[in-house]
Design a protein. Sequence first.
Length: 192
Amino acid sequence: MRTALTGMTAMTLLTGLVGVSGGCLQDFDAVDDDSVLGAGAAVAVSDGFLAGDFGGRRGFDGAATHLSASTDVQHASSLVHVMREQRGVGAGMVIISLSGRTLGDLEAGAHAFSYDEATLETQSIFVNVCSGDTGAAFDYDAPVARGTLVVEVGADGSRTIDLHTETPRVDPATGKDTDVVEATDVSFVLPR
């Protein structure tokens, strides 16, 4: 998967994550937000939504059951966790990491991104998708291959973030990408 990023910003992004190669949190505690926010200050986010397919867990669709964000202004980075636990499906989570700018610094409009291991140090948007039987144990983890993050600024200064991702499904037996593309959609609001 991903190779190690260097520099303080990368370390800020990865605080709270198992590591870039692991991406998603193990033993995720959806009750204790401070344990997952990493470096930086907590940021109020609301109206989280998550839909899509995550490995063998299919059909997530609805309000986030856990939503948290943090921003490190000094190192210009933000980290967002959007998770949905859904009866009969399991738990799915999308982790959005920004490097070189914060959630509040993103310009209005569309920001396309793609995963390219060779250029990780110059990328500014990183996204991982993961799932598990519960929000406390994720066993599926994949970096998003490509996506678009759209920022819409409201009249009151709030920012609505919409994220669409596409990731090849990983074959659990071989660990290699398949031809099946899994799409996810996430949204949340960053108040003014």
